[in-house]
Design a binder for this molecule. Structure first.
Ligand SMILES: [Fe+2]
Ligand SMILES: [Fe+2]
Length: 304
């Protein structure tokens, strides 16, 4: 088989829903594209625990503290699983953490923002995880088989996070007027980043991740799906969405909204968000403090 025939066979295989295992032949560009995608996902799971972690010691009850601790542990576990998938594609975990800390690789925009009140914990677990799960459910069909398998486990846990988040908000909404205002204020702050989260619309014909079925839905499709499911659920709780242009256009069959601030998204994910540097600095301290563990574990194979 010539190189071109090999490539054509591979492209036809993934385009028709075929899977790729780590030991299979794959074009280098495909391997790099999966690695970039999974690495960014792993970074987001790892950095995503920091905003919530800040509330572990301030949770309003033991039950809430246990639930939040369990969620934070789940997210670190997701990072662990995803870094493992990424490592198989040829980049060491140490190199991935170094690049994350050096700002060379990215993590999701929503984790660059501060958590100001306990209502933020509910909004993150309910709506940030909801926006994420819309994308992650589609990734269960990814052409890269280890990623697809990992997403099945992760999605199951994410669905529990969403229930936990909604429960936190329901308690507040059934409380005092101040507590209800706290939820509305948190939603107002998070709505912009949530609408940016799936990224700007891209041309599906030019999106190689889509052509290779590394992901199966475009940014725009994911945002539409998120709005279709969650706008009615948010309104059902008596909350108001801070976008007067938000409405479902029956004729076009899609949600209309004020164009998200893509400049803000770009600035935030390139390390200029309100908490970007602080969160990375915290991760660096943590990384330095655990160096002895890596030294101890890696000492055996090195000596051998
Ligand atoms: Fe997660
Ligand atoms: Fe989650």
């Amino acid at each position: 088989m010539t190189e071109q025939e090999r490539l054509d066979t591979f492209n036809a295989h993934v385009a028709s829903g075929g899977k790729v295992e780590p030991g299979d032949w794959m074009p280098d560009a495909y391997r790099k594209a999966v690695l970039k995608f999974v690495e960014m996902h792993a970074n987001s799971e790892l950095m995503g625990v920091l905003p919530e972690r800040e509330w572990l010691m301030r949770a309003p009850s033991l039950k809430r503290k246990l639930a939040l601790t369990a969620k934070v542990q789940d997210e670190v576990g997701h990072a662990q699983l995803l870094y493992r998938v990424a490592e198989d594609l040829g980049k060491s975990r140490e190199a991935m953490l170094d690049d994350l800390l050096a700002g060379k690789t990215k993590f999701h925009n929503v984790f660059h923002y501060p958590t100001k009140t306990w209502a933020d914990v509910g909004v993150i677990a309910w709506l940030v995880d909801a926006a994420a799960i819309v994308a992650q459910q589609a990734l269960r069909e990814s052409s890269y088989a280890p990623y697809a398998r990992t997403m099945k486990k992760i999605c199951w846990e994410e669905s529990v996070h969403i229930i936990h988040g909604r429960d936190v908000l329901l308690s507040l909404l059934n409380g005092t007027a101040t507590q209800r205002a706290m939820v509305q204020e948190a939603l107002d702050r998070w709505w912009g980043p949530l609408m940016q989260m799936h990224g700007p619309p891209t041309d599906p014909t030019k999106d190689r991740d889509l052509a290779w079925r590394i992901k199966n839905k475009s940014n725009d499709e994911l945002r539409q799906e998120f709005l279709a499911i969650y706008v009615p659920r948010i309104r059902e709780l008596g909350l108001t969405l801070p976008d007067s242009a938000l409405r479902y256009d029956e004729t076009a069959g899609r949600w209309r909204f004020t164009e998200p601030d893509w400049k803000e998204l770009y600035a935030v994910v390139t390390g200029h968000g309100p908490m970007s540097q602080e969160r990375l600095a915290f991760r660096q301290i943590n990384y330095d403090q655990t160096q002895w563990v890596r030294d101890a574990i890696l000492a055996v194979p090195r000596a051998a």
